[in-house]
Design a protein around this ligand. Structure first.
Ligand SMILES: O=C(CO)[C@@H](O)[C@H](O)COP(=O)(O)O
Length: 218
């Protein structure tokens, strides 16, 4: 059970100190957006490289970009301990996952809300994490899509059948009022942006999310 606060809702002028506010979290979720795969533009390789040098916790890079086949391994080399690409943008998702592992990162594959998981189940042996988006990617602060919970349960079941340690991550609208249904459905890594960075005490928000998710840990 792990908490990965999204720095999309942090103060981008002070990212080093914003990372220190969440040093009790397991990961710092870094939203890389290219203005093409999603209609928003955030940061890229040089910023990830700089953050990796100062972050007290490992970086969980979520690539919302075109051509992850070309770029994803470079985020591992830049210091991303976990790197997640979108299957919708991938030409050869298995090759990306293998390249990520070869570069020393955990390999994550993300699916947007309208993308089914079943066609990609055979990729599980090459994956360390599946990210089920619970909003349309692109922006923080959107409403949680509870209709994605059956997909979370489906991924959890596939992971159980497959065996091994593959994490199931949820991202988008995760807060104190929605995290329990995610955990109940089978998620074990929780991304939360506005629920953490919008709180006066970000570390306390992380602790509270962890406490709520642990109630449903199975
Ligand atoms: O990837 C994304 C958005 O595309 C997320 O990481 C959001 O940034 C999460 O923000 P909240 O919904 O928790 O505010």
């Amino acid at each position: 059970m792990q908490i990965s606060p999204s720095i999309l809702s942090a103060d981008f002028a002070n990212l080093e100190s914003e990372l220190r506010r969440i040093s009790n979290a397991d990961w710092a979720h870094v939203d890389v957006m290219d203005g093409h795969f999603v209609p928003n533009l955030t940061l890229g390789l040089p910023v990830v490289e700089a953050l990796a040098k100062v972050s007290p916790i490992p970086l969980d890079c979520h690539l919302m970009i075109e051509d992850p086949d070309r770029w994803a391994p470079q985020y591992a080399e830049a210091g991303g301990s976990s790197v997640t690409f979108h299957v919708e943008a991938a030409a050869d998702p298995r090759a990306i996952a293998r390249d990520l592992r070869a570069a020393g990162a955990r390999a994550g594959m993300a699916v947007k809300p309208r993308t089914p998981f079943a066609p990609y189940e055979d990729l599980l042996p090459d994956l360390d994490m599946v990210l089920v988006m619970t909003v349309e990617p692109g922006f923080g602060g959107q409403s949680f899509m509870a209709d994605q919970m059956p997909k979370v349960a489906q991924v959890r079941e596939a992971v159980r059948r497959h065996g091994g340690e593959i994490w199931v991550q949820v991202d988008g609208g995760v807060s104190a009022s929605t995290i329990e249904q995610c955990a109940e459905a089978g998620a074990d890594v929780f991304v939360a942006g506005s629920a953490v960075y919008g709180a006066d005490d970000a570390a306390a928000a992380v602790d509270e999310l962890r406490r709520l998710a642990e109630k449903h840990h199975h």
